[in-house]
Write a protein that binds this ligand. Structure first.
Ligand code: MN
Ligand code: MN
Length: 328
C-alpha cells in the first residue's frame, strides 16, 4: 500500500512566478524522461520481478520517483501561481493577462485548459504516454534500459538547471539530478550482480558472429579503434567475403510453398510479367510540358500530334465564332 507524507522530499523555494519556465519544467513532470515515466517504469518492473532483492530495489526507487514527481510538480505549481490566480479572479487588464498566459503555446494550453496546475504533458504540450516505458520483462534487458533512462533524466535536469537563475529551483533540480546519478549506480550494481548478464537473455550468440566487425561503410573517414580492431575483433574489409559463403548458402532467400500457394504464385507471376522489348507511350509522355525531361522517343511525334490537334481544334472553333459574328 502507498502512504503519503505531507513533507516534500526536498524543500521547494521558488523566487517568483514564471509561466514560461513552468512549461519547461513540465519536461521532467510528464515528458519522455520525466518522473512519471520513471515511476511507472520501475513500479511495473517491480510488480513482475521474482528476485526479492531486485523487487525491493525497484519498488523503493519507483516510490522515490513519485516523490520526485511531487517535487517537480510543486515547482511547476509555484511558477504558475500568479497566472492561476489572475485567470481565476481576472484582476489584471486584458492585455497584461494575455501576455502572461501566452508566453508560449504550451503555456496557453496549461493556463487555459489546465488552469495553471501541473499537467501530465511535456514542455511542448504533448500528453504523457505509456510508450515512454520500454520494459521487456527480462532484468538483463530492463536494467540496461533503466541505466540509460537515469542517464537521460540526469542530462535533462542538467539542461533545466542551465536555463534558470532562480537559486531555489536550481538547488531543488540539483537534488533531483543527483538522485538520478544514485539510481544509475544502483541499477548498474543490480545488473552486474547477475552472473553472466551479457549477452542479455538465455541464448548464447552464434559463432563466429559475436566477434565479427563488418566495415560496411567504406571510403574516406574509415577509422580504427578498440570498437572494431584488435584482438577482440575479426574485422572484415572485403564485403564480398562476408556472409553467403559462411552460411553455406547462396545468399538468396527461399521458402517452400504448399501446392495451392505454388499454383497461385505461378499465375500471379505470369499475369504481372514485364516485357522489356516494348517501349510504350505513357501518361507522362502525353502530359509532358516544359521541364518534363526526355519523353518516349519513338512516340514523340504522336505526343506532338496530340498537342497540335488540340491547337488546331481551338483555332477552328475561334474562326467559326468570328465567322458567325461577321454574318450577324
Ligand atoms: Mn527521479
Ligand atoms: Mn531515478
Amino acid at each position: 500500500m502507498f502512504m503519503h507524507n505531507k513533507r516534500l522530499q526536498y524543500t521547494v523555494r521558488v523566487s517568483e512566478p514564471n509561466p514560461k519556465l513552468a512549461c519547461m519544467m513540465l519536461e521532467q513532470f510528464g515528458g519522455a524522461d520525466g518522473e512519471l515515466a520513471a515511476a511507472m517504469r520501475y513500479f511495473t518492473q517491480g510488480l513482475a520481478e521474482e528476485d526479492p532483492g531486485r523487487k525491493d530495489m525497484l519498488l523503493d526507487i519507483a516510490t522515490e520517483e513519485l516523490s520526485h514527481l511531487e517535487v517537480i510538480g510543486s515547482i511547476v505549481t509555484m511558477l504558475n501561481k500568479g497566472v492561476r490566480a489572475q485567470l481565476s479572479e481576472q484582476q489584471k487588464a486584458e492585455a497584461e493577462l494575455y501576455q502572461m498566459v501566452g508566453t508560449s503555446s504550451t503555456s496557453v494550453k496549461e493556463s487555459i485548459l489546465f488552469g495553471g496546475g501541473p499537467a501530465l504533458m511535456d514542455s511542448a504540450g504533448v500528453p504523457w504516454t505509456a510508450a515512454y516505458v520500454d520494459s521487456r520483462g527480462e532484468p538483463t534487458v530492463d536494467l540496461r534500459s533503466n541505466i540509460a533512462a537515469e542517464s537521460r533524466a540526469k542530462i535533462v535536469y542538467e539542461r533545466l538547471i542551465g536555463i534558470t537563475d532562480d537559486p531555489g529551483i536550481k538547488e531543488a533540480l540539483g537534488f533531483l539530478m543527483t538522485r538520478e546519478i544514485a539510481h544509475q549506480k544502483s541499477f548498474e550494481k543490480a545488473l552486474h550482480s547477475i552472473e553472466n548478464n551479457f549477452p542479455p537473455g538465455k541464448l548464447p550468440g552464434v559463432d563466429p558472429y559475436t566477434d565479427m566487425y563488418v566495415n560496411a561503410s567504406q571510403g574516406e573517414g574509415d577509422m580504427q579503434g578498440p570498437w572494431n580492431s584488435g584482438e577482440q575483433w575479426d574485422r572484415i574489409d572485403d564485403l564480398n567475403e562476408v556472409l553467403p559463403a559462411d552460411t553455406g548458402g547462396d545468399g538468396t532467400a527461399s521458402v517452400k510453398l504448399g501446392p495451392g500457394d505454388g499454383a497461385a504464385m505461378a499465375k500471379m507471376v505470369t499475369r504481372l510479367k514485364s516485357d522489356p522489348s516494348k517501349d510504350p507511350m505513357t501518361g507522362s509522355d502525353l502530359g509532358a510540358g516544359p521541364g518534363a525531361g526526355r519523353t518516349t522517343k519513338g512516340d514523340m511525334g504522336a505526343s506532338q500530334d496530340i498537342h497540335q490537334a488540340t491547337r488546331d481544334a481551338e483555332k477552328a472553333a475561334k474562326a467559326e465564332r468570328s465567322e458567325s459574328a461577321d454574318a450577324q
